[in-house]
Ligand binder design. Structure first.
Ligand SMILES: Nc1ncnc2c1ncn2[C@@H]1O[C@H](COP(=O)(O)OP(=O)(O)OP(=O)(O)O)[C@@H](O)[C@H]1O
Ligand SMILES: [Mg+2]
Length: 260
């Protein structure tokens, strides 16, 4: 490549990067979100929002600093989310009967659902990020990471103890079912490997539904299948895993989540 060419390309690339950066910022940090973040800072929930960890389909996750250490802040984009998907998981949930049907209303209901779902998972004794606070389109939760560096997904790092990790994940899905809840999007992409030795943590619980949801059993089946399918590549087999979990549900408490 000649010098002239490389000189010409450089600004183009920079411009593209700037454009992308601007796109993320303008999508996420609209005025109401900026005001909300400064409210979190004023109230002492956060000290600063540090850097983006990941851009997901509906939200961007940032590392933030709090007076007690780090937190993860999940900011839902109000303009470019998948509202139809959200609505499908909110409808049929008895906890959310009165929500406004505009984009903002749906996102706010979703964030409150994700927060309550995190609390429910935590109360069921399942590894999830501890919920800290939420308002409107912003959720603050425990930061999963080591010395300020975010943990990786199971998909990215794989498992060094596939037998144990497979059993742990099935046990987590089972505990949730017993507590009256299904995550409904369990996969290697929604598991972070945290700590030393690494333990699986479930994340991204917004779509989770109560066991009495009409599709709950279908979601459970899919969650279990995803876990088994992932660990099958390590040669791990767990016959009858779904049946065991379904049986756990029968003996479980009657929809603890209902009382919420
Ligand atoms: N508590 C946390 N601590 C550290 N990193 C996190 C935390 N929560 C989420 N992340 C990071 O952000 C990414 C996206 O999070 P999450 O899956 O909750 O968002 P999402 O927008 O629903 O994503 P997608 O729609 O792509 O599944 C995760 O893969 C993980 O890398
Ligand atoms: Mg996800």
């Amino acid at each position: 490549m000649t010098r002239r060419e490389s000189k010409r390309k450089q600004p183009e690339r920079e411009q593209k990067q700037m454009k992308e950066k601007y796109l993320i910022e303008s999508e996420v940090f609209d005025k109401p979100t900026m005001l909300l973040l400064s409210e979190f800072i004023k109230n002492g929930v956060l000290r600063s929002v540090d850097y983006p960890i990941e851009k997901g389909k509906e939200a961007n996750v940032f590392r933030a600093t709090t007076p007690d250490g780090y937190a993860a802040v999940k900011i839902y984009r109000v303009e470019t989310g998948n509202f139809q998907r959200m609505q499908d998981y909110i409808n049929g949930d008895p906890r959310f009967t009165h929500i406004s049907n505009d984009k903002r209303g749906i996102v706010h209901a979703w964030v409150s659902k994700e927060f309550r779902n995190l609390r429910l998972c935590q109360e069921a004794g399942v590894n999830v990020p501890r919920p800290i606070a939420f308002k409107n389109n912003v959720l603050v939760m425990q930061f999963l990471g080591e010395q300020g560096i975010p943990d990786s997904t199971l998909q990215a790092v794989g498992s060094e103890e596939p037998e144990r990790h497979c059993d742990q994940l099935l046990e987590m899905v089972g505990k949730l079912w017993k507590a009256g809840f299904v995550h409904a999007d369990v996969s290697e992409f929604n598991v972070l490997m945290h700590g030393q030795p690494a333990e699986p943590y479930l994340i991204d619980v917004g779509q989770g539904v109560l066991r009495r949801h009409q599709k709950a059993e279908e979601f459970l089946r899919r969650d279990v299948t995803n876990v088994l399918h992932y660990f099958a590549k390590y040669g791990v087999k767990r016959e009858g895993a779904l049946e065991k979990i379904l049986a756990m549900g029968k003996n479980g408490q009657k929809e603890k989540a209902d009382a919420d």
